[in-house]
Write a protein that binds this ligand. Structure first.
Ligand code: NI
Length: 218
């Protein structure tokens, strides 16, 4: 459903003997795209901190880094648990995992140009609190609190919206939202037509679409 970019394009075809193995290791999950109704699901609290949860977290991190994005909520990969992963660091080596996050306090205001892996290629300004204190659990269930500001604060709020079934386009006018919906629908049709013609044709020429502009998507 989403455009093939970056590391995903390096995957071997599944029929290749190594293809399935590599894909299993990388475990990049499909990201749901607006207006998929599953993105409107209110996620349930995580109650079991077990191997299944760790697997979902690892897959989400892999999916976020490969996209590439700076945050991903479980809702976006069709897992309806209160779980988000974030990495706003420049070297992409400081993952933050928030299980059952809650915002304890909000201060200030900041307007940021946001994007979203579920609304590919679209960016617009959203105003949110500039500083928040968040309480969450880590992947092992240990509770912690953390002060977040600037981009990290924005990202936490954006991802927490996802697990409540909200998208950043909900903050925009209905006219804009409708325009985005139509554009994504058109792109999906074009992609489907392209992949159908590639299957019929020579194949092997890789993704036919240039990568989208590289601004951070949350
Ligand atoms: Ni998002």
């Amino acid at each position: 459903m989403r455009s093939v970019t970056g590391r995903q394009a390096l995957l071997l075809p599944l029929e290749h003997p190594l293809g399935a193995t590599i894909e299993t290791l990388m475990a990049i999950r499909t990201i749901l795209e607006f207006p998929d109704p599953r993105l409107r699901t209110r996620a349930q609290p995580v109650t079991r901190f077990d191997a299944d949860l760790r697997r979902v977290i690892d897959d989400m991190l892999e999916t976020m880094y490969a996209a590439p994005g700076i945050g991903l909520a479980a809702t976006q990969v069709d897992v309806h648990q209160r779980l988000v992963v974030i990495d706003v660091s420049a070297d992409r080596a400081d993952p933050l995992v928030l299980v059952n996050p809650e915002i304890l306090s909000r201060e200030g205001e900041t307007a940021t140009e946001e994007g979203c892996l579920s609304v590919p290629g679209f960016f617009d300004e959203v105003t949110r609190a500039s500083r928040i204190r968040v309480r969450a659990q880590d992947r092992d269930g240990n509770a912690f609190e953390r002060d977040c500001e600037d981009l990290l604060a924005v990202c936490v709020q954006h991802e927490m919206d996802h697990i409540d079934g909200r998208l950043f386009v909900d903050y925009l006018s209905s006219l804009k939202r409708e325009r985005v919906r139509k554009r994504l629908e058109k792109e999906r049709k074009e992609r489907a037509a392209r992949s159908a013609s590639e299957t019929r044709g020579r194949g092997g020429e890789g993704p036919g679409k240039p990568p989208r502009e590289r601004r951070s998507a949350l």
